[in-house]
Design a protein around this ligand. Structure first.
Ligand code: N6E
Length: 175
């Protein structure tokens, strides 16, 4: 089981729903060629929050203000019955710097009305709109026919909206 993070930097957050979200086109590894938020796997001794901040820095060069990092979702991805990845999802409405392209990621701002769901993981369209509108969600998603996960079929899901979510790691004691 892998533990990973996703971070969605937001712009134009005066109203309830932000105007724009920063996505990356992933340039290598799992989900290559698809859009997603900046993110990746937890390193040893790292909390999910630390991971989200580090990955956003490494992938697109933005420095997220830790005080503005808000947990929005906890997603479990199963592949052929087994838990493959648990993903901690964050919103971030304060950060420094301008996004830059790196070997891992090409950043691009999207209007929240024009998110390219047809070029993203199949599950994203189910939970990302709610996350961008400020809701919390716990989700479980079943894929079959892998590995790898990004060649498997999305077959089932279960979502719990507006639930309290914890901000610790699922496998480590620090949080
Ligand atoms: C199944 N449905 C899914 N829907 C949305 N997002 C998904 C996802 N499954 C994985 N993800 C995310 O994709 C990133 C993988 O990236 P990442 O860990 O960097 O993978 P990659 O193999 O490139 O790792 P290394 O660069 O070798 O560490 C990581 O944020 C992870 O949460």
């Amino acid at each position: 089981m892998t533990e990973a993070t996703l971070c969605f930097p937001l712009r134009g957050t005066d109203g309830v729903t932000p105007e724009e979200v920063l996505l990356i086109e992933k340039r290598r590894g799992l989900g290559e060629g698809w859009y997603n938020g900046p993110g990746g796997k937890l390193e040893a001794e790292e909390t999910p929050r630390e991971c989200a901040i580090r990955e956003t820095r490494e992938e697109v060069g933005l420095e997220v203000d830790p005080a503005a990092l808000e947990k929005a979702a906890e997603l479990t991805f199963r592949l052929d019955g087994d838990v493959h990845t648990v993903c901690h999802v964050y919103r971030a409405d304060r950060f420094e710097g301008e996004p830059v392209t790196t070997p891992e990621a090409r950043p691009e701002w999207f209007s929240v009305e024009e998110i390219p769901y047809d070029q993203m993981w199949d599950d994203d369209r189910l939970w990302l709109p709610g996350v961008l509108s400020g809701r919390t969600v716990v989700g479980e998603f079943a894929f079959e026919g892998g590995p790898p996960l990004d060649e498997a079929d999305f077959v089932d899901h279960d979502l719990g909206w507006d639930v309290p979510i914890t901000d610790g790691s699922t496998t480590r004691s620090r949080g």
